[in-house]
Ligand binder design. Structure first.
Ligand code: ADE
Length: 226
């Protein structure tokens, strides 16, 4: 997968791709990430990328021209499956969306700033608008990072143990069950005996039950029970 991220603050984005799973996906050749600084697409001397709103009102708006230039240049080089805009009024990111996006080949992510982008950018270039939750960030960059992490770990070959993404919370519509590791007894706090019994069918049944109970208690909305 190739991800092109358009931003006014590339420095905010780089280091998370230099560590852990996202770094590994790049060094394995499974993911390519490219950063594009919008200021490089501005022609005037002041490198202006934002301006006042028509009609008045507080807050600056990102101008269409540098964004058009950047997206048009990228699209002239290859075909893109999606042009995503990170915005609090987009569709809320969830595991289903991350699964769908992990199958895409080339995507562009535009990070908004200030009050956001000129509506004409959204009308003419954007194919999908994504929010990471009902709160407002200073810009789309941190949202883009969360989106990339959630998507990249689902690309086949990225995680060492292929099954581990399949048993994540939300993958089967439920939260994950409790997990334990050694020691089996720590200061008298014991691991459920069944888990050390070697009875794998029973362990599987226990995990399914625990996942259901945890979901019912913490996220009844996922069961349609709220
Ligand atoms: N930009 C600002 N707030 C955001 C949010 N909640 N999700 C995605 N992008 C954003």
């Amino acid at each position: 997968m190739r991800i092109d991220i358009i931003t006014v603050v590339p420095d905010l984005l780089k280091s998370p791709f230099e560590a852990s799973i996202m770094q590994r996906s790049i060094s394995k050749g499974l993911v390519e990430v490219h950063f594009h600084n919008l200021r490089d697409y501005v022609t005037d001397n002041y490198k202006q990328i934002d301006d006042y709103q028509f009609g008045g009102g507080a807050g600056m708006v990102m101008m269409i021209e540098p964004i058009d230039k950047c997206i048009t240049k990228l699209k002239s080089e290859r075909a893109y499956d999606e042009v995503i805009y990170m915005t609090p009024d987009g569709e809320t990111l969830n595991q289903g969306m991350a699964n769908t996006m992990s199958l895409k080949k080339n995507i562009i992510i535009l990070c908004g700033h200030y009050k956001g982008v000129d509506q004409r950018v959204r009308d003419h270039f954007i194919t999908k608008e994504i929010s990471i939750g009902d709160y407002v960030l200073s810009g789309g960059e941190l949202g883009a990072l969360i989106f990339c992490d959630a998507v990249i770990r689902l690309i086949p070959g990225v995680l060492g143990n292929e099954t581990s993404a399949l048993t994540d919370s939300f993958q089967d519509g439920l939260l994950a069950p409790p997990i334990y590791t050694r020691p089996a007894d720590y200061k008298g706090w014991k691991v459920p005996e069944l888990l050390t019994s070697g009875n794998f069918p029973k362990i599987e049944a226990w995990r399914e039950e625990q996942a259901y109970l945890r979901t019912k208690e913490r996220r009844p909305d996922l069961l349609g029970d709220d």
